[in-house]
Design a protein around this ligand. Structure first.
Ligand code: NGQ
Ligand code: ZN
Length: 454
């Protein structure tokens, strides 16, 4: 058992002083007590808050960050970016994926994310042939998360078609493609693998309504345990919504909800272009809307009606998706700034309960993220996994403000080095702003990036 005393900690009741945190041998919080004298405790120096769940990741895309920013034609779009992304997807080996994912997950920890939902559809080898029964790519992801020390909800993803109306997959999609039966068999194999890894679990996942039908989704959901989360890319691009309207005479969520129950197990990624009635349905269902503010900005997706969604009781969380950048504060800042630019207002997503914009966004994304990952995370409370970040209170910008401005100062004003250390399941992974393996990992990362970029 480990005991710590934090001068300041953000609990479900808000900031508290002199908080004693007791952590059991499994890495869970067994006791948490404010205003404690701290006897027999290791003394922390910073302000402690929960680590953020990252609800949407395609780890391999980190390898192309910064390389999709040159104009290829006057109409560069999500779809032309996707062609570039497919080239990386076609090339990357299990060993390269391990290195890219491990160093990405280390960056996530440094940026304040302590667990990640990996939306994984890169199943087969470069020729589109399954790895002889042993899921080398999924195994690379799982090992990368274990070795980086981040919590993982692995989401093996069903991908069967290239578009609505069961359009056949293109050859550039050959590493993704499975039938429902192949997918279910893969889940069975992965259950064995993941059960051996601490702080990891599985969820069900469907790439999009372009890539699988509601009938397939129904069949899979019927066979999964009822506590598994379910993820799907919903309505990211106007073009896909229009195609759905053309083929099915209704919008994606309407189409899905005719045959599948939408409930709190669901996390709808990029619900960007849903209608008002779909938004109402989603809010009522208690599903999470998975927002990826920096990627959605980077890809030119559009802005979600997040204020109206929240005011109807909707749940949100954040993901770094394509990993154009890997930082909790940057994601939340982008989320708020998108709304400010759109509505020409300030502190747009703050609320009566939370006048601090950063606090509102953090609290919502902790809750939604924990729900979407289906893990005991997102709060500093008894029974939760001991996943937390420590803000550097030696930093003048943080040390000089009262606690009511602390979260806003981190998220909006302080860009570098605010996070001093990070713990996952009771183990320190980041100290003095860097992951413990930062140095030794740099050489492997450089070599892998050179291979992939040559
Ligand atoms: C993906 N990424 O699967 O990686 C997608 C792009 C698609 C984002 N949606 C591909 N950001 O949706 O077909
Ligand atoms: Zn995605």
């Amino acid at each position: 058992m480990e005991r710590y005393l934090a001068p300041l900690a953000y609990l479900p009741t808000g900031w508290q002083q002199n908080v004693r945190i007791e952590i059991d041998d499994n890495g869970f919080i067994s006791q948490i007590t404010p205003n404690d004298a701290g006897e027999q405790c290791q003394k922390l120096t910073g302000a402690i808050l929960p680590g953020m769940p990252n609800l949407h990741s395609h780890a391999f895309q980190r390898a192309m960050a910064g390389l999709g920013e040159q104009r290829l034609n006057p109409h560069d779009s999500f779809w032309s970016w996707r062609e570039q992304m497919y080239q990386v997807a076609l090339q990357i080996s299990p060993q390269q994926l391990y290195v890219i994912a491990k160093s990405l997950y280390m960056e996530m920890l440094e940026g304040g994310f302590t667990s990640v939902a990996e939306f994984h559809y890169l199943h087969h080898d470069a020729n589109g042939k399954p790895y002889a029964g042993n899921d080398e790519m999924a195994d690379a992801i799982s090992r990368a998360a274990a070795d980086a020390g981040i919590g993982l909800t692995l989401l093996p993803t069903l991908y069967s078609y290239s578009d609505f109306a069961m359009a056949p997959a293109s050859t550039t999609q050959r590493r993704f493609i499975q039938t429902t039966e192949q997918y279910l068999a893969q889940l069975e194999r992965l259950k064995k693998l993941i059960s051996t890894r601490a702080n990891q679990r599985l969820g069900g996942c469907f790439h999009s309504l372009r890539a699988c039908t509601p009938e397939q989704i129904n069949e899979v959901v019927a066979t999964l345990p009822s506590d598994w989360p379910l993820h799907l890319h919903l309505s990211e691009q106007v073009k896909e919504v229009n195609r759905c309207l053309e083929v099915h005479q209704c919008t994606p969520l309407d189409w899905l909800s005719r045959s599948v129950e939408i409930n709190s197990r669901w996390c709808m990624i990029h619900a960007t272009h849903i209608t008002d009635s779909e938004l109402e349905l989603l809010a009522k269902s208690k599903a999470v809307a998975g927002l990826c503010p920096l990627t959605e900005a980077s890809l030119g997706d559009g802005l979600y009606e997040v204020d109206s969604f929240l005011s109807q009781g909707g749940r949100i969380g954040i993901g770094s998706d394509s990993h154009i950048s890997v930082d909790v504060a940057e994601e939340l800042r982008m989320l708020e700034y998108g709304q400010r630019l759109k509505h020409q207002q300030r502190n747009f997503l703050a609320s009566e309960q939370y006048p601090s914009t950063a606090e509102r966004l953090l609290v919502e994304s902790y809750q939604g993220g924990a729900q979407a990952l289906a893990q005991p995370i997102g709060q500093l409370a008894k029974g939760q996994r001991a996943d937390f970040i420590e803000l550097d209170m030696n930093d003048p910008y943080l040390a000089s403000v009262s606690t009511e401005h602390l979260l806003d100062s981190w998220v909006f004003a302080h860009y570098k080095n605010a996070i001093q250390s990070v713990m996952v399941a009771g183990k320190w992974q980041v100290k003095e702003h860097h992951h413990q393996q930062h140095q030794p990992m740099q050489a492997a990362l450089l070599e892998t990036l050179k291979e992939l970029r040559s």
